[in-house]
Design a protein around this ligand. Structure first.
Ligand SMILES: Cc1cc2nc3c(=O)[nH]c(=O)nc-3n(C[C@H](O)[C@H](O)[C@H](O)COP(=O)(O)OP(=O)(O)OC[C@H]3O[C@@H](n4cnc5c(N)ncnc54)[C@H](O)[C@@H]3O)c2cc1C
Length: 411
């Protein structure tokens, strides 16, 4: 039998795409290496799943070209995601920064979506890695020989275990290489490259940053506070997080917490991290306030910051001086130490600790319906596309939005 569409990847993108296409009467095969669908979805948000966000906008995403997002987020808005949750029987709560979390385990969502796929007539091929994938006989598909040739020339073909699947259209919803411990890898991204697509190699995002062993704030693990994070290249400082202030957590190896996970979306090796430890309280105002004049500098800081952090940040020669005694130069130096603490991270905790990966199939090679400009009938959706969301339900939202968009383009 020839399927109308074969979909590789039963994450949120592949599941919604399969369900919607099958509901429209298409014959759909859904293949996944795992025995259970939605394995990453099930662990999202600490098992609760931050599914979507009230504030959906292009600046909540990173990628080389995020132009397509505006229309994608209109086609599949937060309201559409909430409709999906209603339909699945998944109640939710709204938390800070517009984050929408499910009130049942995230695995519930994966299970219900899989059931709906089943009801719509999707054929599942679970516990089987798609291999020997070939495209119809176009010039570009000659490159797929590297992945094996099955002899078909008019259809997409692939093997799921021993089963050969033949389909008129192919959807690659295989996610990124974040979390290799779950089997994630970049094989299908590399296949896209052999099919003529520009690709941006995956890099870990939403990931803790590692600091040099001897950095001045070593030993503060466990301390957490609200900060604003900037990124410095040369003399230029950017403060890219649209939410501004979030919490930072000192870890054994560096820093983590929402502020850092978000900053990691833009961080690249060689970029310095700038930390504003008192983002809502200008240091110079505090120093100029007559009421603080008699305080020792370290006492003033310890009233506003965790004591050990205050000690570590305060220049030693100023710590035991009275605030009123400080000249203009010293006040500026102190303000800089608190508002512009600058450090070059030695790296990230890597793909194993990353909640997502930036990079993927470049949008320049895809139409608005996420169909390949090189191979008709080939579609990409979800995290394998070069769009990664900030912390806040943006990645699952993109997976659903892009999966829904692709399903509409399938014939
Ligand atoms: C710990 C953690 C927490 C997270 N929390 C959140 C959160 O709260 N909110 C949020 O928005 N995002 C969160 N994310 C990110 C989010 O889970 C992903 O962005 C999302 O699941 C991507 O969906 P997808 O369908 O594109 O890919 P995936 O969910 O990764 O699914 C892809 C599937 O393709 C399968 N596959 C790949 N290659 C093959 C092959 N050759 N053959 C067969 N199958 C294959 C894989 O087995 C996988 O099941 C989190 C991620 C992690 C790791």
């Amino acid at each position: 039998m020839i399927y109308d569409a074969a979909i590789i990847g039963a994450g949120p993108a592949g599941l919604i795409c399969a369900r919607d296409a099958a509901r429209r009467g298409l014959r759909v095969a859904l293949v996944d290496s795992h025995e259970e669908p939605g394995v990453k979805l099930a662990i999202a948000g600490g098992g609760k799943g931050n599914i979507t966000n009230r504030i959906l906008a292009e600046n909540r995403y990173v990628g080389e070209d995020t132009g397509i997002l505006r229309s994608a987020l209109k086609t599949f808005s937060c309201e559409n995601a909430l409709d999906l949750m209603r339909e699945l029987g998944l109640p939710w709560e709204e938390r800070d920064f517009g984050q929408i979390f499910g009130l049942k385990p995230a695995s519930f969502m994966a299970e219900r979506l899989a059931l709906q796929c089943d009801d719509a007539g999707v054929d599942f091929y679970l516990g089987r890695t798609a291999r020997n994938i070939t495209a119809p006989d176009t010039e570009e598909s000659a490159a797929s020989l590297a992945f094996g040739k099955n002899g078909s020339c008019r259809h997409f073909t692939l093997f799921a275990g021993q089963d050969k699947i033949t389909a008129r259209q192919l959807v690659i919803a295989a996610g990124s290489s974040a979390c290799p411990q779950l089997g994630a890898n970049d094989q299908l991204l590399r296949l896209a490259a052999t099919w003529g697509h520009d690709i941006i190699p995956f890099r870990p995002v939403l990931v803790p940053l590692v600091m040099p062993n001897d950095w001045p704030l070593a030993g503060l693990e466990g301390i957490s506070l609200n900060v604003r994070l900037g990124l410095k290249s040369g003399t230029d400082i950017r403060w890219p997080d649209p939410e501004g202030i979030r919490s930072l957590l000192f870890t054994h190896r560096g820093v983590s917490g929402p502020a850092v996970l978000v900053a990691s979306c833009w961080w690249k090796p060689g970029t310095e991290l700038v930390i504003d430890f008192l983002p809502e309280l200008p240091m110079l105002e505090l120093l100029n306030d007559r009421e603080n004049g008699k305080l020792l500098v370290r006492t003033l800081l310890a009233r506003r910051l965790p004591a050990r952090l205050a000690d570590a940040l305060c220049p030693e020669d100023l710590a035991r001086r009275k605030v009123a005694e400080l000249g203009k130069k010293d006040r500026l130096r102190l303000a800089d130490a608190i508002h512009r603490f600058t450090i070059l991270p030695s790296g990230t905790e890597g793909l194993r600790r990353a909640e997502a990966a930036a990079g993927g199939v470049a949008l320049s090679g895809l139409t608005r319906r996420l169909e390949s400009r090189h191979i008709p009938g080939l579609f990409f959706c979800g995290e394998i596309v070069d769009i990664a969301g900030l912390l806040g339900g943006y990645n699952i939202h993109w997976a659903f939005a892009s999966g829904a968009i692709v399903s509409k383009g399938l014939k």
